[in-house]
Design a protein around this ligand. Structure first.
Ligand SMILES: [Zn+2]
Length: 257
């Protein structure tokens, strides 16, 4: 009887010790958020990406054929959903932007209306970043409205930094909007060698930075992106916790599910 009791105590002790050490390891590790842009239009690599065994942050374009279904699938699989708001770039055609885009010629009221509608259109979204946008993210008048609407809806904003002159950091601070910055693009060139090179660079950077944010895409390079991530995710996980963007924001009580 005494022996049995001893055994039970031992098992309880060992299992609680194991739980404690694994929890401690999880807390002690640094964080990495991987954001994947351009969902919503049945883009190449969509399902494979959503099936990856880590929690990604999935940026979905509004008003597209698979906006709602991509958001539902992503959410069901435990990924974080954000709105990938199309915004006018300095170069490139307006037609690449897709429906409901923010362009520099819009009046204040129309900007507000489009952002509101985009938020309504993407289920489960807790944040926003932009699609293209090198022109708009330098425009104070427009970005103030975009960020104001985000603040009203309790969303955070991720600056993909498609321009060096973004007005977002200053405005976000002024509006007290939780704000994050992209640090690395995986696939700014659509070749396997480039994506793998960036993935390796990220692996090195994880040793030096407290938290990292990296962006990739579904679409033309989607399948390549998925295959490189499959190779690198276990390596990243040896060094860091892969977490959704909202986990990187301090004092994130404001997030509304
Ligand atoms: Zn995009």
């Amino acid at each position: 009887m005494r022996y049995k009791l001893f055994l039970i105590t031992l098992v309880v002790l060992i299992s609680s010790l194991l739980t404690f050490t694994s929890a401690a390891a999880a807390v002690g590790k640094k964080n990495l958020s991987i954001v994947i842009d351009d969902f919503g239009n049945n883009m190449k690599g969509t399902q494979e990406m959503l099936n990856l065994p880590v929690k990604l942050t999935v940026a979905i374009m509004p008003f597209m054929p698979s906006t709602a279904s991509d958001a539902e699938t992503a959410w069901q699989k435990g990924h974080e959903v954000i709105i990938h708001m199309p915004m006018e770039p300095k170069k490139g055609k307006k037609s690449w932007l897709g429906p409901g885009a923010i362009t520099a010629d819009l009046e204040d009221e129309e900007v507000r209306k489009r952002v509101e509608q985009a938020i309504q259109n993407v289920p489960h979204a807790v944040g926003m970043n932009h699609h293209m946008g090198s022109k708009i993210t330098e425009n104070k008048r427009i970005m103030r409205i975009v960020l104001q609407v985000c603040a009203e809806h309790g969303l955070y904003y991720l600056d993909s930094k498609t321009t060096g002159k973004s007005v977002i950091p200053k405005l976000a601070e002024e509006l007290q909007l939780p704000y994050l910055e992209n640090m690395l693009f995986f696939d700014d060139v659509y070749t396997r060698s480039h994506i793998a090179k960036q993935a390796q660079l990220l692996h090195t950077k994880l040793d030096h930075k407290e938290g990292m944010i990296a962006i990739g895409h579904v679409g033309i390079a989607g399948p390549l992106m998925v295959s490189v991530l499959k190779e690198y995710l276990p390596l990243y996980q040896n060094k860091v916790n892969i977490v959704p963007l909202s986990s990187l924001i301090k004092g994130r009580e404001w997030i509304v599910e």
